[in-house]
Design a protein around this ligand. Sequence first.
Ligand code: ADP
Length: 719
Amino acid sequence: MTTNQPRKRTTVRVRAALTIIAVSLASSVFASAIGIYFSTREIAQTVSDDLTLLGDISTGMVVSSINKIKEDTTYVGSMMDRAYTTGGVGELKSTLESEVGPGPSFISLGVVFPDGTIVSSEKEHCGYAAPTAEDASYYLELAPEDGVRVADLSVTASGESLIRCYLKISGGAVFISTLSGDYFSYLFSESDYSIYSSGRVFILDGAGTVIADSNTGETNMLGASFLNSPGEFGDAVNDALFGEGTENVVVQYEDQFENAGRIICAYTPIVHRDERWALFVTVPVSSTPVPDMRNLFLISGLLFLAFGAIASIFLSAMQVKPYDELDRQNALLTELKAEAEDAGRAKGDFLSNMSHEIRTPLNAVIGMTTIAKNTTDEKKRYESLVKIEEASHHLMGVINDILDMSKIEANKLELDPTDFRFEDMIRRVSDIIGFRMEEKHQNYSVEIDPAIPPYFHCDEQRLAQVITNLLTNAIKFTPENGDIRLQAQLAGVTSEAAEIEISVTDTGIGISKEQQARLFTSFQQAESSTSRKYGGTGLGLAISKHIVEMMNGSIWIESELGRGSKFSFRIKAGLADASETMTGKSNDGIVPNEFAGKRILLAEDIEINREIVRSLLEPTGVTIVDAVDGYDVIEKFAADPGAYDIIFMDVQMPGLDGYEATRRIREMETDGTRHIPILAMTANVFKEDVDKSLAAGMDAHIGKPIDMAQVLEKLRLYL
Ligand code: ADP
């Protein structure tokens, strides 16, 4: 269940984020669409309003212009009628000539007679405007009986555009006035006629021909006619000229007209009596005043989108946070739980191992003691005692390991460096464990790099402890006749210190890769079955690792299951001088009567301990005087200070303890009497205990259980 949860949460997170993004996307599209719709409508409305106005104005302008032309034509036509009826063709001709010019820029005035005769007069350079024979028959036929007409734009053979008005005068003749096709364009330009910045206004005649263009002032642009232009635009022109409406401005869009991009075209019909023209406007969408508005809506749409995206990120992050926090806490809890379970299991195993580890040698001690007591066979008794000694040493080792471990856990393990000879230390270690190898017929070899400096300043005991531990394991986990090799190599040296690599290689059972990783942790054994088969507390390697690290080194293992193991470690040790190395070789053998005549005052409240000391030292010939507590030792010493050569002082004694007794003895010595060596002899073996003894005035420290070699060494030193 715990493994599924994060995935489930991730899905929820992704779903939440996707929902938010989808909602914001939808709202942004919605906003943009609304924006575009309204702005489009707004554009259409605005353009439509503007064009309505423009249409009104221009329709008025066109209509009034047409009216003016018609009026002028009517007026000049009646003048011509009069001139012809009163003075004939001659009079008509001269009147025509005098009238070309005035009025709304007539460029040609003329009369066509029913017999086809044409009398006309043109402005300078405007000969093309004279009615042709074809025109004559055309206008004679079309001219109404009364009133004046404006013809659609006509184009001459040489390409000039013309607007013509015509009316019937006396004798069936028709009077024709002609304007330049540019007339309306001219009007546009005169009145600064434009819409928006780049809009164009056209006037189309009934045939769809452009009569005027606000932009160019020229008529024949765009091929003169919009009527034939393709698609909606052409339809629009058609509608404008022939459609139903007379009032409405119709706005349409047309793409890519004249390559001008998106344009709006609008038209309004100009209907005046018989004529139906149209005002046509084209405006590029970009130049209308409103597209900004559409942009505004588009931008607001984008802002919606951005807002949605940010909100989704933010919200999903907010969701993710508690989930992450939860995941983290769950993971931590699971980890802690697993750790606690592991630690609990390891400690549980440890306790049962420990009980086993302590009971086994105790069982041997008790059993063998009974055997020794009851047997009369001296050899058997001796063997029992040897086994008792062995079991006691083992027990001692277990207890020392536990004490070391508890010190390590309390961060109280300290090194106590002394000067020593490296080879001697290796030899002592080898001696101690040698007999066990012999028992198992294992082949033991020692290789010491000759380059290793002879003397070191380092915690010899602790270094020996690590090597002993590795060797003990090698012996334990290597079958009979196996090989065990101890190697010491110089890894580096300076004028003050050396780095030494020491390794113990065996041909034992080996350790699998997974198990190797756990080995150096306290209470861990490669397999729990190990303890049943081989015994052990699982503390040795953890202690060794700690010691090695305190010596600025590291420890590691190379091993293959079933083939053997190689434990190696490196440490840095200070170099020492041969002269400063005190004892060099100690002699732990008893020399009979070596201390004959010397007297030891032994302060010890437990009788058996007094007896042990007495028995052990008996062969040396030393005399031992017992004191049973602190008061007793002071009393005996005070009675005759010169009678003793050394005091062995137990520390924990009822009444007055060893520290206080020492202090009081030292006080007695202030009057100039000689300093008597006082040696603590106690089971309190930690460094702080040693320090405390020294602080109380003692000279040295001997640990219990008593190591004979150590006692002899101290006696030799002080006696
Ligand atoms: P102990 O030996 O008292 O159990 P250690 O910490 O010295 O504790 O060793 C831990 C475990 O490492 C042992 O129980 C054993 O499983 C494994 N081990 C140590 N040394 C060896 C070796 N030389 N060969 C095989 N296994 C070993």
